[in-house]
Design a protein around this ligand. Structure first.
Ligand code: M6R
Length: 609
């Protein structure tokens, strides 16, 4: 997804902006560009491809400047190209803008600007209309022109704008796309996300919807949509820049896989008291509130949706409330049955996923109580929810989500257990047994991670395969979806997950000699049935890798290879079983030479519909 960085100060803006853009690479992009104040004008450079291309294009040139704006673009309107890359400017080249989001009425604005004002467009982007609109209203007052331009626009945007006539200033505005301001010494910054600024600042302002920010090197002012000044508390970033670096691992994904024991421990320990109680910090639900819910709706996208599937199983089991799980992009268009007796749970790592945010707003409009399970502190989803339960996984940089998923699972277990105990649908002994098992997970995971070479060997055997099926039963169905998503998004192998019992209703037609099937058989209650499913696919020539709990060895008679995870209760096994699948996807993608942390066509934070 697009990334914005802006800087105004005394140092060399070019290097600071490029550095910030590199920190946003994880969001996914296809081109980049920069606009700098120079000699009374603006100097703009933009290129398709990696930021290294932009740096090469600037080699040897004079880019000395005290301020400017930069951008990484993830194409929506118009193919990736030099000309479609941001910044975009007005015809005179005196105003430049960078933009993250989509201007929904850009076609009509483009027509109007062309016909009524003789504007000649150079790119196919929606963003270019913003530069021309600002230019149309510009009378040596950039702030006023931005307000007037924004009044004409519909859609989602975070915009950074500069004007050659006002070289001491950046103006930024936000609606539905993330924007933060970094507060430096004799300098200030804007960015789409905090990691872009961590090298330089710890103090930030989190900008809200419909707010406009004016930055000079010594001052930052925030205004609402009616131009009233707003006072904002400074947000102090507590996590370290090195947490956002690779720490010696080849890829962020591998680093994040290995961080899972620590992250799970952190997520748990912040919520468990010494006397065995759960404290849901950030959640103000009373016993009466919980008893008033007649259903729970869990809504999320991708990996977070898969965490929601496990959430359904455990909330229904422990809290005895019916749960629906929906992908966010479908939820709001299906006239959902949601009212003030609904607990709506939004799950999102970034907290900026537009589909999830839109679903959340729809649920709120219908009167639901909104609880979000979010990783990024201060993100849009967290700010718009009634209650927020943070996953505390730290920054997740790799596009393929790993530690966010396992910590989302922990949050779902804690919410389900808390609701069950509070309502009285779960007795204290059972509650204690599950908590004891959850507490044991970090150690079990550490042991599991020592088996990494076994998984790397499996990858060597199977990395050339072009088709994989994942099968499972019970909570293993959701884990199969997650294992399959992980494999396809980073290795580009055609992989597909199906409930094992559904095989015979269609998918089994695709199983032939040599087809790779990954069978998750971690559920004690469903183990024998899974072994039969493995038998079914073996009989049709499949090659099977089985995943089972230590001690459950019957699968060895059927599967070609078996990987064992440590013993645990059925409901919490996803915390363990997903990890070898993450590693398998990682090592297969590595052997196939894929760009693991930034897979093609994908973005870390999906802020468009
Ligand atoms: O930031 P979110 O959790 O809302 O993101 C949701 C999905 O876009 C995300 O999980 C995506 O599926 C990942 N690439 C999966 O690895």
């Amino acid at each position: 997804m697009c990334g914005i960085v802006g800087f105004i100060g005394t140092s060399n803006a070019k290097n600071i902006i490029i550095d910030g853009l590199k920190k946003l690479e994880y969001r996914g992009y296809d081109s980049s560009g920069i606009a700098l104040f120079q000699n009374g004008g603006l100097k703009i450079k933009k290129t398709i491809g990696r930021i290294a291309n932009l740096e090469n294009a600037m080699l040897g040139g004079d880019y000395e400047s005290p301020g400017g704006i930069g951008h990484t673009r993830w194409a929506t309107h118009g193919a990736p190209s030099d000309v479609n890359a941001h910044p975009h400017s007005n015809m005179a080249g005196t105003i430049a803008v960078v933009h993250n989001g989509i201007i929904e009425n850009y076609v009509e604005l483009r027509e109007w600007l062309t016909k009524e004002h003789g504007v000649i467009f150079l790119s196919e982007t929606d963003t270019e209309v913003i530069a021309h609109l600002i230019s149309l209203y510009y009378e040596n007052d950039l702030v006023d022109a931005v307000y007037k331009a924004v009044a004409k626009m519909r859609g989602a945007y975070a915009i950074g704008a500069i004007a050659a006539n006002e070289p001491d200033k950046i103006v930024a505005v936000r609606k539905d796309s993330p924007l933060v301001v970094g507060l430096g010494e004799d300098c200030n910054f804007i960015a789409s996300d905090i990691p872009a600024l961590l090298k330089y600042v710890r103090k930030v302002y989190l900008i809200e919807n419909n707010e406009t920010v004016i930055l000079t090197k010594n001052d930052v002012k925030i205004f609402d949509k009616d131009r009233n000044e707003i006072k904002r508390d400074v947000f102090h970033v507590t996590w370290d820049a090195v947490e956002a670096e690779k720490d010696g691992y080849d890829h962020f994904m591998l680093k994040e896989i290995h961080e899972q024991p620590k992250c799970i421990e952190e997520t748990l320990s912040r919520r468990l008291t010494a006397d065995g109680k759960i404290v849901l910090d950030g959640i103000s639900m009373t016993k009466e509130d919980i008893e008033s819910f007649n259903k729970v709706c869990i809504v999320a996208c991708g990996t977070a949706y898969h965490a929601g599937l496990v959430g359904k199983t455990v909330i229904e089991k422990f809290a005895k409330i019916p749960v629906e799980v929906d992908v966010a992009s479908e939820f709001r268009y299906r006239d959902p049955f949601v009212d003030d007796k609904t607990l709506f749970i939004a799950i999102s790592q970034s907290g900026e996923t537009l589909d999830t945010l839109a679903a959340l707003r729809e649920a709120k409009r219908r009167g639901a109580r909104v609880l979000s399970v979010v990783n990024v502190v201060g993100s849009s989803v967290s700010r718009e929810s009634d209650d927020v339960f943070y996953t505390w996984a730290g920054p997740e940089i790799a596009v393929a989500s790993t530690k966010a998923y396992t910590t989302q699972l922990v949050c779902m277990y804690l919410i389900a257990l808390y609701m069950g105990l509070t309502k009285g649908s779960l007795d204290r002994e059972e509650f204690d047994r599950v908590i004891t098992e959850l507490k044991a997970i970090p150690e079990k995971l550490k042991t599991l991670l020592t088996k990494e070479p076994v998984i790397a060997d499996l990858a060597k055997t199977f990395y050339k395969t072009e088709q994989v099926f994942f099968i499972g039963r019970g909570v293993d169905v959701g884990v199969s979806y997650e294992g399959s998503l992980k494999l396809k998004e980073i290795s580009y192998i055609n992989s597909f997950a199906v409930a094992a019992g559904e095989l015979k209703h269609g998918t089994i037609a695709l199983i032939e000699q040599g087809t790779l099937v990954i069978a998750l058989a971690t559920q004690d209650a469903l183990y024998e049935k899974m072994v039969s499913n493995v038998q079914e696919v073996k009989a049709r020539g499949a090659v099977v890798i089985g995943f089972a709990k230590e001690g459950n060895q019957a699968i060895e008679n059927q599967a070609d290879k078996v990987f064992y995870i440590p013993e645990c209760r059925d409901e919490i096994s996803p915390l363990l079983s997903v990890v070898p699948l993450q590693m398998l996807a990682y090592y297969i993608a590595k052997l196939r030479g894929c760009d693991i942390d930034k897979p093609k066509n994908l973005a870390k934070s999906v802020t468009v519909e």
